[in-house]
Design a protein around this ligand. Structure first.
Ligand code: MN
Length: 218
């Protein structure tokens, strides 16, 4: 776990608790019930079998145990109204957990128009591309604007949206960069890394909104 996630939650007034692997499936509902919010962090690719995805040679760092844990917790959070925020791999976990699919390699299956995989060697706060936020969306309300400059460290992305999810943030090439779960207190996913832009007032506001939603559960 990168400390950038821990620091972002702390700065926003939350208390981060890391969840270890190995918790039995039948205990995860109980665990989710004990949390005020769920932050799904970045990481390796989800196993293609999870969403009937197209195998690709750049699919890497797959961890079936982590897939199982996070997909289960995301489903619990969606069903129980537990506030959740997915970041990078996290937005992909949310979409797959709820029945959506992924491009398993953007450059080969979607477009090379914009470079989304700015790694390794790029500053973590490098503004790689803009995102357009849908008018009237949750993101539009949180950020108070319709365009944001974001970083981009992903080679996969949301393809077909899961039922109940809507896409409300898009890169200039049309790629989905943000989703919201309808009829939920706070169910958001972003494809960029807000925790790597700690000085950005907009990204601080995103974490603050997430923590405020979690505080409301008490
Ligand atoms: Mn991107």
């Amino acid at each position: 776990m990168h400390d950038t996630y821990v620091n972002a939650v702390l700065k926003a007034g939350g208390i981060p608790v890391l969840i270890p692997m190995g918790i039995p499936a039948e205990k995860l509902g109980h665990l989710a019930g004990a949390l005020d919010g769920l932050l799904l962090t970045g990481g390796g690719d989800i196993a293609v079998e999870r969403f009937n995805g197209e195998p690709h040679f750049r699919v890497g760092s797959v961890d079936p145990q982590r897939d199982e844990l996070e997909i289960s917790l995301a489903r619990h959070a969606a069903q129980a109204g537990l506030p959740f925020l997915g970041i990078c791999r996290g937005i992909q976990v949310i979409n797959v957990a709820l029945g959506g699919t992924l491009y398993t390699d953007i450059a080969d299956q979607f477009s090379k128009e914009i470079r989304h995989d700015c790694y390794p060697g790029w500053p973590r706060d490098f503004p790689a591309h803009a995102v357009e936020l849908e008018k009237g969306s949750r993101f539009n309300a949180i950020f108070g604007k319709q365009t944001l400059e974001v970083n981009s460290f992903h080679h996969q992305a949301v393809k077909e949206l899961a039922p109940g999810l809507i896409a409300t943030a898009f890169a200039p090439d049309g790629l989905i960069e943000g989703v919201e779960l309808l009829h939920h207190s706070f169910g958001l996913g972003v494809q960029w890394h807000p925790e790597c832009m700690p000085e950005s007032p907009e990204m601080q506001t995103l974490f603050r909104n997430f923590i405020e939603a979690a505080e409301k559960l008490n």
